[in-house]
Design a binder for this molecule. Structure first.
Ligand code: CTP
Ligand code: MG
Length: 231
C-alpha cells in the first residue's frame, strides 16, 4: 500500500501580514515549513509531494529540501490560487497512491504519532481527519451577528490536518466539487461530505497542532518549542 503525504505551502499568508511569507519564516532556527516536512520524513509514509507557490520551487529545493536532506520529497510542484486548487494539483501528482494524507504546511507541530494514527485509521475507514473537541462554546450566527443556534459542545470539533483518504475517493470528490462554479470548501473532508456517500471519521489530533495563521500564533509556537527543549 502506498501512502503519499501532500504538504501544502502555497499560500500568501495574508493574515500574518509579514514581510517573509509565513511558511518560510524562521521558527526556532529553522524555516517553519521544515517542521512538518521533518515529521513526514520520519513517519512511515512512502512519499511526500511538496506544493509550493509558483516560482518558489527552486528556492524550496535548495534552501529546504536539499539543505535539510529530506529524502521522501519526490516532487515539488506549484499550487494554485486557493487552497483547494493547490490540493488538486497535489492529488494529480499523487496518481498511483493508495492513500493520501493532506497536510497544511503551516501546522509545524504535527507529530509522528498523529501521522501514524491517521495512517492506521484511513486504511480501515477510507476517510479520516484529525481534530480536537472545542474548549469554548460555539455559536452559529446570522449575517447580522444575531445568535441562531448553540450546538452541543460535546459534538463540536475544531478540525486540523492531516486529513487522509483513499486516493480514488478524494480524487473524484475534488474533481466533482471543482467543476462547480464556486466550490467554497475550506477543508478536504468537505469535498467528500458534499460529493460522496462515505462517512468521514474524526480522530484525535492535539491541542498543539495549531495552524500558524496570525502573528500571535508565533508567540504560542515559540512557547511550545521552549517547552519541548526542556523535555
Ligand atoms: N495553501 C496552499 N495554497 C493556497 C492557499 C493556502 O497551499 N492557495 C496552504 C498554506 O500554505 C497553508 C494551508 O494551505 O499551509 C492553510 O492555509 P492558510 O493558513 O489559509 O494559509 P494562507 O492561505 O497562506 O494564509 P491566508 O489565508 O492568511 O492568506
Ligand atoms: Mg488561506
Amino acid at each position: 500500500m502506498k501512502y503519499t503525504a501532500i504538504v501544502l505551502a502555497a499560500g500568501k499568508g495574508s493574515r500574518m501580514n509579514s514581510e517573509v511569507q509565513k511558511q518560510y519564516m524562521t521558527l526556532g532556527g529553522k524555516p517553519l515549513i521544515a517542521y512538518s516536512l521533518e515529521a513526514f520524513e520520519k513517519s512511515a509514509v512512502d512519499e511526500v509531494i511538496f506544493v509550493t507557490g509558483a516560482g518558489e520551487e527552486e528556492y524550496c529545493r535548495k534552501e529546504i529540501i536539499d539543505r535539510y536532506g529530506y529524502k521522501k520529497v519526490a516532487q515539488i510542484i506549484p499550487g494554485g490560487k486557493e487552497r483547494y486548487h493547490s490540493v488538486f494539483e497535489g492529488l494529480k501528482a499523487a496518481a498511483g497512491s493508495d492513500y493520501v494524507l493532506i497536510h497544511d504546511g503551516a501546522r509545524p507541530f504535527v507529530t509522528e504519532e498523529i501521522i501514524a494514527r491517521t495512517m492506521r485509521t484511513v486504511r480501515e475507514k477510507e476517510a479520516c481527519i484529525v481534530g480536537m473537541p472545542v474548549k469554548d462554546t460555539i455559536k452559529i450566527s446570522d449575517c447580522e451577528n444575531k445568535v441562531l443556534d448553540t450546538p452541543q459542545r460535546e459534538h463540536v470539533w475544531m478540525v486540523q490536518t492531516p486529513q487522509a483518504f483513499s486516493y480514488g475517493l478524494i480524487y473524484h470528490a475534488y474533481e466533482k466539487i471543482l467543476a462547480q462554479p464556486d466550490c467554497g470548501i475550506t477543508d478536504d473532508a468537505m469535498a467528500v461530505e458534499k460529493m460522496c456517500n462515505v462517512p468521514v471519521c474524526l480522530i484525535e489530533g492535539s491541542y498543539r497542532n495549531i495552524k500558524i495563521t496570525t502573528p500571535e500564533d508565533l508567540v504560542t509556537a515559540e512557547a511550545f518549542l521552549r517547552q519541548q527543549a526542556l523535555n
